[in-house]
Write a protein that binds this ligand. Structure first.
Ligand code: C5P
Length: 218
């Protein structure tokens, strides 16, 4: 393999936690920082790829990649799908909200003198949708679990028709949301799981991409 195995290849990476608006000043989100996705974008760039980073994170935009800032899951999906057809690798490192408020108020909601309810409707599963539509694309998903990591990750691999699931145990001190380090297990169909011990997210990102390249025979 050459030094730049991804030269001329398009890699789409999603990062951060989506923001689902309730009204102009309130929203629902999660603890994802976007660090893993942004580190993946830099590593893919350094392997020569044309990187599109679709990010809901407030982190600095990496140099030398095309950044598409998004807020909601549906915006993220649109920003990814516009380049889906000619992408070589797609990495869903984002924590996509499973639900969004069914009604988004245009004006700030007023305080009521009683309890209120916010009805949530399901968001699209971006990874699963791509899993149904893929032709040549290598699809990588993430799984943040607190227990039974292997069981849930192998299930996700099948259910979403992904080529790789990178699982982390977010209950561990050195792994998961908003940390600079991570510890992951890589699951692929018909392959033994690969454990990557605690390391910086930069090194973990490099490892994930090299493993994908190996599986893709690039
Ligand atoms: O099902 P779960 O949310 O645990 O799966 C995680 C993987 O699926 C991540 O790669 C995440 O980016 C992706 N996902 C998605 N769309 C959703 C929910 C999760 O693409 N609505």
């Amino acid at each position: 393999a050459s030094d730049l195995p991804l030269k001329g290849k398009k890699v789409i990476i999603s990062a951060g936690g989506t923001i689902e608006r309730i009204d102009p000043v309130r929203y629902i989100t999660n603890d994802s920082s976007g660090k893993m996705g942004h580190r993946l974008a830099e590593q893919a760039r350094d392997l020569g790829a044309d990187v599109i980073l679709v990010t809901a994170s407030k982190l600095e935009h990496p140099f030398g990649v095309t950044v598409r800032p998004v807020s909601s899951a549906r915006e993220m999906q649109a920003a990814i799908m516009s380049d889906f057809d000619d992408a070589t690798i797609i990495i869903m490192a984002a924590a996509v909200s499973d639900y969004r408020p069914k009604n988004q108020a245009d004006k700030k909601m007023k305080k009521a003198s009683q309890d209120i309810q916010i009805l949530l409707e399901e968001n699209p599963d971006i990874l699963a949708t791509m899993g149904q539509q893929k032709t040549h694309q290598f699809l990588i998903g993430f799984a943040a679990e607190t227990n039974d990591v292997e069981k849930y990750a192998t299930d996700k691999l099948k259910r979403k028709n992904a080529d790789m699931i990178v699982a982390n145990d977010v209950s561990k001190e050195h792994a998961g949301f908003n940390k600079d380090t991570n510890e992951v297990i890589i699951f692929q169909p018909n392959k033994e799981a690969i454990h990557i011990e605690t390391d910086t997210k930069e090194n973990i990102a490099k490892h994930i991409l090299l493993e994908a390249l190996y599986s893709m025979k690039l």
